[in-house]
Design a protein around this ligand. Structure first.
Ligand code: BTN
Length: 252
């Protein structure tokens, strides 16, 4: 048992805890229709953890694997805001717990020393033109040894253990991660996205760089100049044309 001591208002109002699931995302999506927002699914390990763009997310014991059900009253085009909010929250948790600096790679990777330590996968259910729910999946390489970490396709991966050289309590990490997420989510609901966006920009390793975006077979290059008010990446191409990027992987 985990026996979490949570100091949260919404996130973690109900916790489903397992020693092994195929994927916390699948379980969360299965129950999201009838559970309230804030409900969290946690698993000690996952047999078929997955990342963005259909990639595998290796999930042995020692890592943090959770999915949060959210039902925000936002327009479909604002879903990116939730991804950035989750990344900002999780980066604060990692910095606080491990006493190390992180940076953010658009849209949702958290890096330590330019290596990926955590990823976020947001999946949503849409009814007509209305958002029914979002499931925010969070994977953190906490006490994982390097050989058990998903080989990062585009850049190297790491764990907090590898970077800091010591293990951290997973229970404490979960309590802090849910606390930080809750605090930012409540703030977002009351005050909007602006402050979260500025915090994301402050921690960004993507902005003000020439980058290539890979979205399936498509490649788009340009300079990342800003984040839009909906949470999209704004790219300026060589001819000065401005594009809003809604999806893809960044290569710097
Ligand atoms: C990525 O960087 O591609 C996103 C990785 C997301 C992994 C987490 S682990 C918990 C949740 N369950 C999954 O199967 N995936 C997400």
């Amino acid at each position: 048992m985990l026996n979490l001591h949570l100091r949260t208002k919404i996130i973690g109002n109900k916790v489903y805890y397992y020693s092994c699931l195929s994927s916390t995302q699948d379980k969360a999506k299965e129950i999201a229709g009838y559970e309230k927002e804030g409900c969290v699914v946690i698993s000690d390990r996952q047999a078929a953890g997955r990342g963005r763009q259909g990639r595998e997310w290796l999930s042995p014991r020692g890592g943090v694997y959770l999915s949060v059900i959210l039902k925000p009253d936002i327009h479909l085009r604002e879903i990116s805001k939730i991804t950035l909010l989750a990344a900002v929250s999780l980066s604060s948790t990692i910095e606080k717990m491990a006493d190390i600096r992180t940076s953010l790679k658009w849209p949702n990777d958290i890096l330590i020393n330019n290596k990926k330590v955590s990823g976020i996968l947001c999946e949503s259910a849409i009814c007509g033109d209305k958002l029914h729910f979002i499931v925010v999946g969070v994977g953190v390489n906490l006490n994982n040894k390097i050989e058990s970490i998903s080989p990062a396709l585009l850049y190297p991966a790491t764990s907090i253990l590898e970077e800091v050289g010591k293990r951290h309590s997973r229970k404490k990490f979960l309590e802090e991660a849910l606390f930080d997420f809750d605090k930012n989510y409540l703030y977002f609901k009351e005050n909007g996205f602006e402050v979260i966006k500025e915090e994301w920009k402050r921690k960004s390793s993507t902005l003000n760089k020439d980058i290539t975006i890979l979205d399936g077979d498509k490649k788009i290059t340009g300079r990342a100049i800003d984040i839009s008010e909906e949470g999209f990446l704004i790219l300026e191409d060589k001819k000065g044309g401005i594009r809003k990027i809604t999806a893809g992987d960044v290569i710097i």
